[in-house]
Design a binder for this molecule. Structure first.
Ligand code: UDP
Ligand code: MG
Length: 366
């Protein structure tokens, strides 16, 4: 697939920049994060809102965030009803953001806030998506590095060719692109694939990924594998075809072997009294059927999940977030299509609401 060509139209700096940070048990990192963020945002000199999405933390994160919101109205808190996972938390933050540009980043300082400056510069050049490209990783285990490397290569070649390699969720997204992204309400979410799907001019800014500032990773191996699996099957029917190919190969092998045995019998050559071969074939064919059924089942399960049309997250408590924004974001989260009967309408409604909120923000009452 060749890359589309775009004409870049230079823009004004964002009238409001939103920064979305999913938080899951980050009590050790929040103080460090806020310190670095404050320095960077002051240097940036733009109107900013920082949306912390508490993803059901069980430590002191919420208290810390509430305290922050209390002292500085730029800091907002969106507290989900339980742990919905990183991708859902990020979605919640993106839904509530009302800036002209939104930056999504991790809270553990592995995504250096200093990079926001470069992202905004690229945004002003006319890019709609500016993603941070990891040219190196510091302080991560060999296991994490190897699995990440394999993951990005596999995803790129097998699943989504436009997906840039070594790029996480750390990125700036323009309002236009965000409205597109917000209209995609699937349950199994792989945000970076979805952003690539939306399109628009995209560009990378390079950085070396530093180690976590404090605390432990919230992505254990189990979650990582689940994430990779989601990425693979949410974006492509390839696994489904893989099972078909496997079944095809095994059937072909069976037929060849059967033909071979028939010919030997016809020629009066000695044939092994068929026990071993039939058992082997039965196993192979049975195995391929089971694999195919398993993969089919996976897709059926996904259809089931999507048909349920459940909200992607539920918001428990908020701070510094006006009521209108809740009213705007929540019905939308339940599924734009089902509620409004058309996929274009919610996006428009939301753009309008965002514009309204922006003007309200400009008047100094966020
Ligand atoms: N996170 C979250 N919900 C989860 C797991 C993680 O909101 O269920 C947040 C976490 O607080 C952090 C970001 O997602 O801000 C990335 O997580 P982490 O740094 O642990 O992942 P890693 O960098 O190790 O892949
Ligand atoms: Mg991290």
């Amino acid at each position: 697939m060749s890359h589309s060509r775009y004409v870049l139209i230079p823009r004004e700096p964002p009238r409001l920049l939103s920064i979305v940070l999913p938080i899951y048990n980050e009590q050790e990192t929040i103080p460090l994060l806020v310190k670095r963020l404050n320095t960077c945002l002051d240097a940036l000199g733009l109107p900013v809102e920082v949306i912390f999405v508490n993803d059901g933390s069980s430590d002191a994160s919420v208290e810390q965030l509430l305290e922050l919101a209390h002292h500085d109205s730029r800091f907002k808190l969106l507290s989900l009803a339980r742990n919905f996972g990183h991708q859902a938390a990020a979605t919640a933050g993106l839904d509530y953001a009302c800036g002209d540009a939104v930056v999504l980043m991790d809270a553990d300082l592995q995504d250096p806030p200093e990079l926001i400056h470069d992202m905004v510069r690229e945004y002003q050049k006319g890019y709609d998506v500016v993603y941070a490209h990891r040219t190196g990783r510091q302080g991560e285990s060999r296991f994490k590095r190897v699995t990440a490397w394999t993951f990005y290569r596999l995803m790129k070649t097998l699943v989504h060719r436009e997906l840039p390699a070594d790029v996480g969720d750390f990125r700036l997204i323009s309002r236009t692109c965000l409205d597109g992204l917000r209209s995609m309400r699937e349950t199994h979410r792989f945000l970076r694939g979805m952003v690539a799907w939306v399109g628009f001019p995209q560009v990378a800014v390079p950085f070396v990924r530093p180690p976590r500032a404090a605390g432990a990773t919230k992505y254990p191996v189990r979650k990582m594998l689940l994430f990779a699996w989601n990425a693979a099957v949410s974006f492509s029917p390839l696994p489904l075809r893989f099972s078909f190919a496997l079944g095809f190969v095994l059937t072909a092998m069976g037929m060849c072997y059967g033909g071979y045995a028939l010919i030997r019998t016809a020629l009066g050559l000695y044939t092994v009294p068929g026990w071993t071969s039939s058992i082997v074939l039965t196993c192979l064919v049975g195995g391929s059927i089971m694999i195919s059924l398993g993969i089919l089942g996976e897709y059926v399960a996904r259809i089931f999940e999507e048909v349920k049309g459940r909200p992607l997250y539920l918001v428990g408590m908020t701070a510094n977030i006006p009521e209108i924004r809740r009213a705007d974001a929540v019905p939308y989260a339940v599924g734009g299509d089902a509620v409004d009967g058309g996929s274009s309408r919610p996006a428009a409604v939301n753009s309008e609401a965002a514009a309204h909120l922006r003007s309200e923000f400009m008047r100094g009452k966020p």
